[in-house]
Design a protein around this ligand. Sequence first.
Ligand code: CP
Length: 349
Amino acid sequence: MARIKPLTTAERSALRTEVEAAKQLSSHHLLGMQDLKPEEIKLIMDTAFMMKNILSIRTKKTAHLQGRSVITFFAENSTRTRLSFDMACKYLGATTSSIGASDASLKKGENLYDTAKTLEMMSTDILVVRHPQSGAPHYLASRMDASVVNAGDGMNEHPTQALLDMMTMIEYKGAIKGLKVAIAGDAMHSRVMRSNVWALSKVGAEVRVAAPPTMTPRYLDQMPCIVCHDVREACEEVDVIMGLRVQLERQRSALFPSINEYAHFFGIDAECLELARPDAIIMHPGPCNHGVEMPTYIHEHERSVIHEQVANGVAVRMAVLFLLNAKRNAKRAELELLEIQSDTDQIDY
Ligand code: CP
């Protein structure tokens, strides 16, 4: 005699996908690309392409995060990251809420841990954090039960940006392995550069970083990349040219004589495109200072994939939320599968 109503094939398959995915992840947090293994990056990429398929259907909805709560806590300004996490939560069926530094009680002197713990205690499963202090998400992850996703910490990492950049490269170039990628601009202050260098080098790309000497961090030659001081040299025969935003808000003193000189010597221009492979793509994490990192005609060039990067940001963030939730629930899901197995063994058909 049947003891329970068996799960539908789709429900069982979703549970199996969760369990399998969770087994391949080493943590229920996403703090940086430096921590991820190539297999984990591949898992996130595969999942992101699945999520992109979901976004192409009419309803754009799944219930993978139904019953889960996600809070995005942005202590720095953001358009793309904050909103794409928010949209990703909604497409996955999660309950979501967002708070920025200007609305939070941080303004009244509350410390970061108390703020984050307060958010966690509202039955929050995943906390997405952007903070001007490098290491802030790591500090919170070591003290909280909720999963923590780093949405950009100071000058350290911006892992979901690197993941969406990789997804875009795969879309346009087929694979990352063997690609030559030039990253040009304000390397000193760029968490996007750091996450991309860690991520791309792990999966077999050659990464060149070009920055003026005053914007080249001392540690750069310890990272898995080729350091250049000439943007044109960096662009020779590359498959991808990625501009970095000049982060005036993080500069304590002027690091170049004038915007015009920066644009002339370090901006990505038609000559850079000439030097790159004929099918090289142009990328930029945004927001872009038009006329500084690149002129508008390069930003809107037929080989620019900057708008596609934004679109892929939603799919990547859906994938990250889905996988971290799976990791959190791995034990429960595994037990549930075992239970289903033993119960279905007893069903009289
Ligand atoms: N690329 C990026 O992080 O953009 P936002 O600051 O708009 O989120």
